[in-house]
Design a protein around this ligand. Structure first.
Ligand SMILES: NC(=O)C1=CN([C@@H]2O[C@H](COP(=O)(O)OP(=O)(O)OC[C@H]3O[C@@H](n4cnc5c(N)ncnc54)[C@H](O)[C@@H]3O)[C@@H](O)[C@H]2O)C=CC1
Ligand SMILES: O=C(O)[C@@H]1CCC=N1
Length: 264
């Protein structure tokens, strides 16, 4: 029988994960239960056969795998609400919450509770997330099961928990950094003559092509940049101008600022 997956707190990230899972042909909508305080905001899923509710206990009772998609400060509230259900049945608990450790979750559950932390990003929606995972009390089969789940919405890697905050910055915040880069490039494109739609089309495919080139050819960016920068050409002039204005430095400082915010 196929496993039931519940997402308690289906907001921006939870909905992206739900959309991504539903895009798999072998995933049945009846496997999925989504909750949030106002389930009317999940109406897009109702017609697809997904169970929608505001009842977190019902979701926990039905689930084999329970994903907590609420904000970090709501995690204790939810764990308190479903504690007895976690004790009464075998359930894999997965927290998406930033900065909430496995230990902190374990302190509010049974000491043998299987707990994963997962850090995906909103590209889960189109099955292109990178999800970093860490866990405690899991069996080899359970680890494989959770990795497979997140492989259905992109790629997953298992990391040491001490790197989970860094993973949040690079993978989850990272998509926003890249989108801001895309927006800036589109703004430049409009200034040099393109309408917004055409500039977006060119920039989006250029960014996709750059990423695919790195992934498929397993290259370092600078190796490919060398192929573009004709000596005395226009690319190096543009790149150097960006560096004079602190492009790489501002990216590194932004990454550090996000990281320090989580660590506080
Ligand atoms: N948004 C993102 O790209 C990422 C978010 N995260 C983490 O994922 C979690 C969710 O983030 P978002 O989706 O952005 O937040 P969000 O605010 O969009 O979603 C949280 C949802 O939980 C619901 N909720 C609140 N209290 C509830 C309760 N008692 N019962 C049921 N539902 C309840 C809210 O109505 C809301 O829909 C956070 O812990 C965040 O740190 C992690 C990686 C990326
Ligand atoms: O900005 C945030 O706090 C959350 C965590 C990672 C992405 N969004």
């Amino acid at each position: 029988m196929k496993k039931s997956i519940a997402i308690i707190g289906s907001g921006n990230l939870g909905k992206s994960i739900a959309q991504g899972l539903l895009k798999n042909e072998d995933f049945e909508p009846s496997q999925l239960i989504l909750t949030r305080r106002n389930p009317a905001n999940l109406s897009e899923f109702t017609s697809r056969g997904v169970t929608i509710s505001s009842d977190n206990r019902l979701a926990a009772e039905k689930a084999d795998i329970l994903i907590l998609g609420v904000k970090p400060f709501t995690i204790p509230v939810i764990l308190d609400e479903i504690k007895d259900i976690l004790e009464s049945k075998k359930i894999i608990l997965i927290s998406l919450a930033t900065g909430v450790s496995l230990n902190e979750i374990a302190q509010q559950t049974n000491s043998s509770q299987v707990i994963f932390r997962a850090m995906p990003n909103i590209a889960a929606d189109i099955q292109e997330s990178i999800t970093c995972l860490c866990s405690r009390n899991e069996t080899v089969d359970q680890k494989t099961e959770v990795e497979n789940l997140f492989n259905h919405i992109g790629q997953s890697i298992s990391i040491d928990e001490s790197l989970m905050e860094a993973a949040t910055v690079l993978g989850a915040c990272g998509i926003a950094y890249v989108l801001r880069f895309i927006r800036a490039m589109i703004q430049g494109g409009i200034q040099i003559g393109f309408d917004s739609d055409t500039a977006s089309k060119i920039v989006n495919q250029t960014v996709k092509g750059a990423a695919e080139l790195m992934i498929k050819n397993e290259m370092h960016p600078e190796e490919a940049i060398d192929k573009v920068t004709t000596p005395k050409g226009c690319t190096i002039v543009g790149l150097n101008e960006m560096e004079h204005h602190g492009f790489s430095s501002s990216m590194v400082r932004g990454v550090l600022a996000s990281y320090e915010k989580i660590e506080k």
